[in-house]
Design a protein around this ligand. Structure first.
Ligand SMILES: [Zn+2]
Ligand SMILES: [Zn+2]
Length: 55
């Protein structure tokens, strides 16, 4: 199975996606979460945007 990436935020599919990693299906597209599907903002825990300062 090819790796998917969220069409809204671009996050690669992994276990943090909704529904145990399956994501949220909307109109034939697979989003990481419902927030991306409805364009209300990604709610995935590990999605924090670009890392500017490595700690
Ligand atoms: Zn997303
Ligand atoms: Zn998300």
């Amino acid at each position: 199975m090819p790796k998917l990436s969220c069409p809204n935020c671009g996050m690669q599919q992994d276990k943090s996606w909704e529904d145990g990693g399956k994501g949220y299906m909307d109109d034939g597209d697979n989003y990481c979460c419902r927030g991306c599907a409805e364009d209300t903002g990604c709610t995935c825990a590990h999605h924090k945007g670009p890392v500017l300062n490595a700690d």
